[in-house]
Write a protein that binds this ligand. Structure first.
Ligand code: SF4
Length: 440
């Protein structure tokens, strides 16, 4: 009977959460009929993010929005999973009576049991009922030519602004053999994207020392894997061995995401980040000299408590000097329960926003100039699909990660296929995107 119930899922937050959502779908598909239409669903699972105030607001707004479908549509049960209940179940269980069941980050295996209880008229709190998640399978939600591989969960770093360790717990790597069999099960992939809160610490908890290079070697030895992209590398753990591997392994894309968060030394200290303006710049320069074509991405927080004009100018200076291919900038979000919450010298919202804007203005010029240098060149592009609004195909070069970086918009006289590589002659560029024509 439950098999006939249609279940839909809304995944919020980052790509690591997306992997969790794909496991939830694997659990759900054993018991329910999966639908991609929320208006058609009788059960909706919302997998939430709670890292920032804005993410919690998005989760709560989503719950209220879908609750309307209980009155007007077919929706019967709302299940809320993931970081929000994991961290805030005490606060939300009584408040959000619209929600029929809550599950934490390790409790997805219990989805069917939770839904059954809901249909018996109960409200369910299964947060922390399980110690770890047993489900190993995933139902992919990305186009089938790329997918994420979450190599670890949790974080042992203690950045003073960050709630993640208190939500996701200590750093826990997946065993190499489990990751290999996960990729074999998921099958052929053009781009395998390695993610974790910090990929560079991979393996320390299991094997006593970092094993990210060993993991990359083993993954790239698989016939199923065409290329590997590395996201979320913590700067102080980018070893010479890792740099050599990125440089010499043909399957590893010459791309590295290193979230640096700031570059002014007093602020890095207050953030409890290891490293300094000088060491970060040295790292960026080293990566560029070892791997000349490398595309570096980073993220930064503006308006951290006590950030003076001088600190901010240091950060601006750093961004100008480092010349990243891609960058994300965020206004500091004051999160209760973090050490930075209590710091005196919080910065006004307006000032934070202005600083973010200034950073984007600098980066926009860097990006525009950089992308212009590709005009007239032919580059390899992986086609991601059709952009109906722009009446164009679009794809990515090695320097574009999906969803967070720019795109290459492609025209072609012939039909081209999603998931295939094309040689594209770049004819135009703007601040963040390239435009070109298939030539081969
Ligand atoms: S490295 Fe720092 S910012 Fe990133 S998840 Fe860990 S504690 Fe949070």
């Amino acid at each position: 009977m439950m098999q006939n119930k249609k279940l839909g899922l809304i995944s919020l937050g980052c790509d690591k959460n997306r992997v969790d959502s794909e496991r939830i779908l694997a659990v759900a598909s054993k018991h329910f009929t999966i639908t991609s239409s929320v208006t058609d669903a009788q059960i909706i699972v919302v997998n939430t993010c709670a890292f920032l105030e804005s993410a919690r607001k998005e989760a709560i707004d989503t719950i209220f929005e879908i609750n309307e479908l209980k009155q007007t549509g077919k929706l019967e049960k709302i299940i809320v999973c993931g970081c929000l209940p994991q961290k805030f179940i005490q606060e939300i269980f009584e408040e959000f009576v619209e929600v029929d069941a809550f599950l934490g980050i390790n409790d997805y295996d219990l989805l069917f049991e939770a839904v059954k209880l809901c249909y018996e008229g109960k409200r369910v709190n299964f947060v922390n009922k399980n110690e770890f998640l047993l489900e190993k399978n995933r139902v992919l939600t990305t186009p089938c030519h790329y997918y994420y591989l979450k190599i670890a969960d949790g974080c042992n770093n203690k950045c003073t602004y960050c709630l993640i360790p208190s939500i996701r717990g200590k750093y826990r790597s997946q065993k190499i053999e489990d990751l290999i069999s996960e990729v074999k099960n998921l099958g052929q992939v053009n781009e395998l994207i390695l993610v974790a809160q910090d990929v560079t610490r991979y393996g320390i908890d299991l094997y006593g020392e970092p094993q990210i290079v060993k993991l990359i070697k083993e993954l790239s030895a698989l016939d199923e894997v065409n290329s590997i992209r590395i996201l979320y590398a913590y700067p102080d753990m980018i070893t010479n061995e890792l740099i050599e591997e990125i440089k010499n392994n043909d399957k590893v894309l010459k791309y590295l995401d290193i979230p640096l968060q700031h570059a002014s030394n007093p602020i890095l200290k207050l953030m409890n980040r290891k490293g300094s303006f000088e060491s970060y710049l040295a790292l960026v320069n080293k990566l560029k000299s070892e791997i000349p074509q490398i595309a570096l991405r980073s993220t930064f927080i503006a308006g951290f408590p006590r950030e003076t004009e001088e600190d901010f100018n240091n950060l601006l200076e750093f961004v100008k000097k480092a010349k990243f291919f891609n960058c994300g900038f965020f206004a500091y979000s004051r999160e209760e329960g973090t050490p930075a919450y209590k710091l005196a010298g919080q910065i006004e919202e307006k000032v934070k926003e202005e600083r973010v804007k200034k950073l984007y203005n600098v980066q926009r010029q860097i990006s525009r100039k950089n992308l212009k240098s590709f005009v007239g060149k032919t580059i390899k592009v992986l086609c991601d699909g059709v952009d109906y609004e722009n009446q164009s195909f679009y794809g990515r070069a090695y320097f574009n990660a999906p969803e967070i970086d720019g795109r290459v918009y492609i025209t072609s006289n012939d039909c081209i296929n999603q998931g295939e590589y094309y040689e594209v002659l770049i004819t135009n560029s703007n601040d963040y995107d390239l435009f070109g024509t298939v030539v081969g």
